[in-house]
Design a protein around this ligand. Structure first.
Ligand code: ARG
Length: 300
């Protein structure tokens, strides 16, 4: 029996763009047509859910909360690996009340048997979940973004909690406020990234650790289309928009791009990757030790 990939999404019932905590957020644009935008957001979220299911994944849909519009980005709520969820500490007061709501959501996932453990980072540091801490199944390590949102000191806490290295990558630009806006790990071990978003030291780290044949440089177009904020499941890459040039490059490496128009969420600075949180990642060490007989974990 194989385990399908599983993602958490949050229903967009309470989604809107009513404040601005990153340069992409445009409450004025939302206010021009709140009802129309909301309807578009509902449709876009449903389309993403379907696209993920189309790759063979399962989706858990959790409810959002009134007054917390950014809960639709659950990748910011926790880092998850080996059945353990480590919950975030948000930098901006606008998002802090999400911590408590997500704690309840993760406890419910634990009660359903989808997680083994739920823990919170100690207060006093900032860390915005898988948006700033990306699991690399090929290298069996995390890439940890820090700077605009997450603090560097949180990376050590994540490493000791999961028993896996977190390689620090400092972010330079406010447009790339989370690592997942400018950095995407593909299932074949390729890293699709925007060089300008990383400090010279972070670039050196990346280029030392990853063979240059596996590095795919993104363009400004890819950034503004949120093409890097993508979900890779097997040979499928789900993303909001893709230029023909990018599609061709990714096809050349054996990937099929699945486009889903997520523009109502791009207006908040998010897209496919941060609208979904992968719940089933397992490290090889854990899978080797904890497999029940007859269960084979898939590694994407
Ligand atoms: N409006 C949200 C914020 O600024 C968007 C978060 C998108 N998440 C992400 N990982 N890129 O926090």
């Amino acid at each position: 029996m194989s385990v399908p990939p599983r993602f958490l999404m949050v229903a967009p019932t309470h989604y809107n763009v009513s404040y601005s905590i990153n340069p992409w957020m445009d409450p004025g644009r939302w206010r021009q047509d709140p009802q129309g935008m909301h309807a578009q957001a509902q449709a876009a979220s449903a389309a993403l859910c379907q696209a993920l299911q189309g790759t063979g994944a399962e989706v858990e849909l959790a409810p959002g909360s009134a007054g917390l519009p950014d809960m639709v980005f659950p990748a910011n709520s926790a880092v998850v690996l080996d059945g353990k969820a480590l919950l975030s500490r948000f930098r901006h007061p606008e998002r802090r009340a999400e911590e408590e709501r997500f704690l309840a959501i993760f406890k419910a996932l634990q009660a359903k048997g989808l997680l083994r453990e739920v823990a919170q980072l100690p207060p006093g540091c900032f860390q915005e979940g898988a948006g700033d801490c990306v699991w690399d199944a090929t290298r069996q390590q995390f890439w940890g973004g820090f700077g605009p949102r997450s603090s560097r000191q949180a990376l050590a806490a994540i490493a000791s909690h999961f028993g896996h290295e977190v390689v620090p990558l400092e972010l330079t630009s406010s447009r790339c406020y989370h690592l997942d806006v400018c950095f995407c790990v593909l299932s074949g071990g390729e890293i699709f990234y925007l060089p300008e978003a990383l400090t010279p030291e972070a670039l050196r780290t990346l280029r030392t650790r990853v063979d240059e044949r596996l590095l795919i440089e993104a363009s400004e177009d890819d950034l503004v289309h949120f093409s890097l904020n993508a979900v890779c499941v097997g040979r499928h890459i789900v993303m909001s928009r893709c230029t023909p040039a990018l599609r061709e490059r990714l096809q050349g490496r054996g990937y099929t791009v699945v486009e889903v128009d997520l523009s109502p969420f791009m207006l908040s600075g998010g897209s496919a990757y941060c609208m979904s949180l992968r719940l089933d990642w397992q490290s090889q060490a854990f899978a080797a030790g904890a497999q029940s007989p007859g269960t084979v974990a898939k590694h994407y």
